[in-house]
Design a protein around this ligand. Structure first.
Ligand code: KG4
Ligand code: ZN
Length: 353
């Protein structure tokens, strides 16, 4: 089954052709990073306008790279309907509706969070890290710019939310700390880069909710971000040069170590409590090398197989949307009125039990 998938929920205009939910025939991502850099974050109106400009060239490129002649040879279309920026989502949904109307192909709505989850099922040039077969229950940590959630997956398309952030998402904290340290945008990769030269033990930042019994599987990244802010202010008061690269590196490393510690500890605790067979980590922050290394060590010690997508599938892309459309099997294509699809800025992961 060949699906053309479209993703425009935030600041990447993306289209991909995915075969049988797993094989990437093409995967085109037009990023808007340069456009938003001067605002220090995603500017929603600018994002939607750029999606309008990029969507058709991106779609054409995705079809051409898959070796397709227009929509010939496709079985279905899929598009992200939420969560995300409403104006951005609308561009993808409208383009998908137009294609569906013109071609008669069924149009499948996809939840962006399910997309991130299914990025782990994609076979990226035969990577051994891809999920093969069904080994449920699977414990999933979704860590992105908008979400930080622990989810128990009991089958394809079947989710139970165990916990999540009570305030900021992990990626949001990386972005805010990057701004505080004047490291630029996007923040996650910039903090990771700065931290490479730093000593993660020079400044010990708090690990919020790490041992909190009533919030065992919840996170709080706003407190960690504030602790970084207070540290910078204290250092300034002590007459330190807070622009000094060595100091910045130590703060970045201290922050990253605290965030990674909490993410790995809670994911491991949840996997053990619920008898998970496998663990998947996904979303933009799963590109973080310190997180990948720490999680790799922890789950090797626990004897639990860990899956993290290759870097190009961690951040937003349409390949994962095609995979989710195929596997989640939420609705039958012939039962969906594709032309009636709407967008849902605050869409949650559907819970099945
Ligand atoms: O999944 P994603 O592309 O978009 C959302 O659905 O939110 O995630 C973007 C987030 C941003 O906050 C970005 O700073 C973070 O992922 N990120 C990283 C890294 N690469 C991207 N955070 C930490 N380390 C990285 N290497
Ligand atoms: Zn995302």
């Amino acid at each position: 089954m060949r699906i053309l998938a479209i993703e425009t929920s935030c600041d990447e205009t993306a289209a991909a052709v995915i075969e049988d939910g797993r094989y990437i025939r093409s995967n085109v991502v037009a990023t808007q990073i340069e456009l938003h850099r001067r605002f220090g974050g995603v500017f929603p109106e600018v994002a939607s306008r750029q999606h309008v400009l990029a969507i058709y060239p991106v779609l054409e490129q995705a079809l051409a790279e898959a070796g397709l002649n227009g929509v010939e040879g496709l079985d279905a279309l899929a598009v992200t309907v939420g969560p995300g920026l409403a104006g951005s989502l609308l561009v993808g949904v409208n383009a998908a509706k137009g294609l569906s109307f013109a071609s008669g192909l069924p149009l499948l709505p996809v939840n962006h969070l399910e997309g991130h989850i299914y990025s782990n099922w994609l076979d990226a040039n035969g990577t051994e890290t891809a999920m093969a077969g069904d080994h449920f229950p699977v414990l999933v940590l979704i860590v992105s710019g908008g979400h930080t959630e622990l989810v128990l997956m009991t089958g394809h398309g079947r989710y139970r939310r165990l916990g999540g952030t009570l305030d900021d998402a992990a990626g949001e904290a990386f972005d805010k700390v990057a701004r505080l340290l004047k490291l630029g945008y996007p923040g996650g990769p910039a903090v990771q880069e700065a931290a490479l030269a730093g000593d993660p033990t020079h400044f010990t930042l708090p690990r919020p909710l790490l041992h909190n019994r009533s919030h065992r599987f919840d996170f709080s990244f706003s407190g960690l971000k504030t602790a970084a802010l207070n540290l910078v202010r204290d250092l300034e008061r002590q007459g330190e040069d807070v622009d000094d690269p060595a100091l910045v590196a130590d703060i970045a490393a201290g922050f990253q170590a605290a965030a990674v510690d909490v993410l790995v500890a809670k994911t491991a605790a949840a996997a053990q409590s619920y008898g998970a067979q496998r663990v998947c980590i996904c979303g933009g922050v799963s590109a973080n090398q310190a997180l990948r290394d720490a999680a790799g060590r922890r789950f090797r010690d626990l004897g639990l197989p860990l899956h993290i997508p290759p870097l190009f599938l961690c951040t937003d892309n349409a390949a994962m949307i095609g995979a989710a459309a195929y596997y989640s099997g939420r609705q039958r294509a012939d039962e969906i009125d594709g032309l009636a699809l709407d967008v849902y800025a605050n869409l949650a992961l559907p819970e099945s039990e």
